[in-house]
Write a protein that binds this ligand. Structure first.
Ligand code: SPD
Length: 309
């Protein structure tokens, strides 16, 4: 009892802006690690509601409670839309979870993960090894520490089947806001093969409405077909949006059976959230969430980036 009381007394409340109208507080049991990398502030916290968690610039990125919901929804619909992804690039995604999901596809021959911040990758491996699992031992995996936009630009045209963009939110002064612009999406499209598919995290359609709608509008300037999915992220305290771009198909064109079949053919297993049925359920929820709040949207450009709080 005595020990439990002492333990509790070290706990404190962490506050995090969800939007400029919403500040959240959650209990932190223990700070495992805190440092400033070359690009951002990094914290690994044992939180009471979400378990062990990685935060960048004060914002939740991945918690053991539900990171699989985010990463499975980001990666698998894009891979399923392509159907036979062989060369895949993850831009960002430093804790390794998106790469872990890509590697479930046996069709994949080469999977790049390109993160500007080597320290995020190293500290995640040290303090949150559950997130990357054994993915860095996979011979198909290539790790690159470089600005994702610069790196993608240096690749050949039509090189990738799927490009997954797994970033921190577009924060003013942060390392990722120039990877939400029309100029960046043009680079992505040109490095995708004809049937290539692109997926990006797209902030919350409910709490960051202008940002979500603007990301969608900006992607639609570049890709013929743009679609979206929303899932509820417990540790972000928000419904969370993902936008997919391609030449032809959108996520709404995939039936539950088609998703199951393509994943079976590709030997995908071990998923904890996503399935054909969940895909269809998310489409229904997405309509609901995106109807809840509407906002004007604008095209995001390098010269007029968009920031959230
Ligand atoms: N509000 C937090 C949003 C974080 C989005 N990116 C998470 C990246 C995890 N790989």
């Amino acid at each position: 009892m005595q020990a439990r009381r002492r333990e509790k007394s070290r706990a404190f409340w962490w506050t995090e802006w969800i939007s400029e109208d919403l500040l959240e507080a959650y209990r932190v049991e223990r700070v495992i690690h805190e440092s400033a990398t070359k690009y951002q502030r990094l914290a690994v916290l044992e939180t009471a509601p979400f378990g062990l968690s990685l935060l960048l610039d004060g914002k939740m990125q991945s918690s053991l409670l539900d990171e699989h919901i985010y990463h499975e929804t980001l990666v698998h619909p894009a891979m399923a839309l392509h159907g036979d992804p062989r060369r895949v690039a993850v831009i960002g995604g430093g804790e390794g979870s998106a790469l872990r999901e890509v590697a479930r596809w046996k069709t994949v021959e080469e999977a790049y993960m390109v993160d500007i911040d080597q320290e995020v990758v190293e500290l995640s491996r040290k303090y949150l090894p559950q997130l990357s699992g054994s993915v860095y031992e996979d011979p198909r995996v290539r790790l690159v520490f470089e600005d994702g936009r610069k790196w993608l630009k240096s690749q050949n045209q039509g090189e990738f089947d799927v490009v997954i963009v797994d970033l921190t939110d577009p924060l003013e002064g942060g390392p990722s806001y120039l990877l939400y612009t029309e100029e960046f999406y043009k680079i992505v499209r040109s490095r995708l093969s004809e049937k290539g598919v692109f997926a990006t995290q797209a902030t919350s359609p409910v709490h960051n409405t202008l940002s979500f709608q603007s990301i969608k509008l900006t992607v639609s300037q570049v890709f013929a077909r743009v679609s979206e999915l929303v899932c509820f992220m417990i540790s972000f305290s928000a419904p969370w949006g993902f936008v997919y771009g391609s030449a032809r198909l959108g996520v709404g064109d995939l039936s539950a059976e088609a998703v199951e079949q393509v994943m079976r053919m590709a030997g995908v297993d071990g998923l904890r959230f996503y399935s054909g049925e969940v895909h269809r359920a998310l489409l229904e929820l997405t309509k609901h969430y995106t109807r809840l709040r509407q906002a004007p949207a604008r095209i995001i450009r390098d010269s007029s980036p968009l920031f959230i709080k």
